[in-house]
Design a protein around this ligand. Structure first.
Ligand SMILES: C[S@@+](CC[C@H](N)C(=O)[O-])C[C@H]1O[C@@H](n2cnc3c(N)ncnc32)[C@H](O)[C@@H]1O
Length: 397
């Protein structure tokens, strides 16, 4: 294994856009500091794969898991690489099939809001061709699908400056009535991806599309790892589904997932909130862990339910992570805090307590100030309140 410290260059936003992504310098620092000697590094909330990339560049075997199929696609292409010639010839076939005029409709009632009819028609033809050619089955095919997914935002009416999809007045003025050509944009992006990730990877890497709170299917696949480095979702801070919705609606039916199966699975977002959580078996324990819950239940019951649900789900996820770690394995968590119902919930402290209850021992911690970062994250939902994230390193007993 080559454990020298290669400098991983930051990636351009247009090919690495992801909500709450970990910037590459932090991912590198963490791998260098805590996982240099790792046999197998897991990021169970891998998102766009910043940790996986930092690990695999050092020759470490890496595994990622995420419930967001677009994050999984980004991570897979980064980790697996692909054959550029094969991707180019598949792309030519894609265009030939797309010219046959069949469509695979996008099942989304809001699609006309985001795309002009001409752009939509081109997307739907490309979708038809991508599905006919089973692009999701090969590395080269997935690289094309990633380029296709990345082409969605620049071909939409959305404001290109915003990390979240929305149509600002500025975007309306600049972009209304404009048609975009998804094929040309996909081709240009594929070229960029080829320069970055083309060629065969030397280390082994796998990325699974899965919900960490119900991970039974993965248990058989000997996922045991020596190190975990991850930034988990916070409560109510990022709506991962909403932020990736354009890409997900365009990729549904082309990648093997259905939106209705994933939309309620994102930890920390408010969809599918279940009020019975206020009285279930774990409710008392959660109130003990986060005394603010009792306050929220009095004046902000909706927010209290969201927090209960978050705590239930994140505990299930941390328990699954523990089961995947070998004895004496290392877990590194990057997490901040946030406001719920006007109350500051110090999420990283809550998770640290939860981990200690699960049998983890903390051996190191430091703050990573957001304003010191090379690229300031523009996050939704925090109302600018997050000043730093805390890195905490644990050993499992
Ligand atoms: C803070 S982000 C991680 C970002 C990542 N470190 C990166 O650099 O892009 C948290 C991730 O958790 C994922 N997530 C949320 N709920 C999940 C679940 N139930 N199972 C697996 N992943 C989940 C989200 O899709 C998101 O990608």
């Amino acid at each position: 294994m080559d454990n020298s410290s290669p400098k991983v260059k930051g990636l351009p936003t247009r090919i690495d856009r992801y909500p709450a992504k970990m910037i590459s310098h932090l991912a590198e620092t963490l791998v260098e500091k805590y996982a240099k000697e790792a046999d197998h590094l897991l990021d169970p909330f891998c998102g766009s794969g910043a940790v996986l990339r930092a690990g695999s560049t050092r020759g470490i075997r890496v595994t990622g898991i995420d419930v967001n199929p677009f994050g999984v696609l980004l991570s897979r292409v980064k980790v697996e690489g692909f054959d550029v010639e094969r991707a180019n010839s598949l792309y030519t076939k894609l265009i030939d099939v797309a010219n046959d005029c069949d469509h695979l409709d996008i099942e989304w009632d809001k699609k006309d809001y985001w795309f002009t009819p001409a752009t939509l028609s081109r997307f739907e033809r490309l979708r038809f061709a991508a599905s006919e050619l089973n692009l999701h089955r090969s590395k080269a095919g997935r690289a094309i699908l990633l380029a296709f997914g990345l082409a969605v935002r620049p071909c939409s009416r959305a404001d290109q400056r915003s990390p979240k999809p929305f149509i600002s007045k500025y975007a309306r003025d600049k972009r209304s009535g404009k048609h975009f050509n998804p094929a040309k944009t996909t081709e240009a992006l594929l070229k960029e991806l080829s320069e970055l990730y083309g060629g065969r990877r030397l280390t082994s890497g796998t990325v699974y599309h899965n919900d960490l709170t119900s991970i039974n299917e993965l248990r058989d696949e000997s996922l045991t790892c020596s190190h975990v480095i991850t930034s988990p979702p916070y409560v109510n801070a990022q709506d991962y589904f909403r932020n990736s919705k354009l890409e997900l609606f365009i990729l549904e039916g082309v990648l093997p997932f259905r939106i209705e199966d994933i939309i309620h699975r994102f930890i920390g977002t408010e969809r599918g909130v279940d009020r019975s959580l206020l009285d279930d078996d774990g409710a008392k324990r959660r109130r003990k862990l986060v005394p603010d819950l009792t306050f929220l239940e009095r004046g902000h019951v909706g927010q209290a339910v969201i927090l209960h649900q978050y705590l239930r789900d994140i505990e299930a996820a941390l328990t699954a992570i523990k089961e995947m770690l070998e004895p004496n394995g290392t877990l590194v968590l990057v997490c901040g805090d946030n406001l719920i119902g006007g109350r500051r919930i110090v999420t990283w402290q809550v998770l640290n307590r939860m981990l200690q209850n699960l049998g983890f021992m903390m051996f190191d911690t430091f703050g990573d100030r957001i304003r010191n970062r090379a690229v300031a994250p523009r996050r939704s939902g925090h109302k600018g309140m997050i000043k730093e994230e805390i890195v905490s390193a644990f050993r499992v007993q």
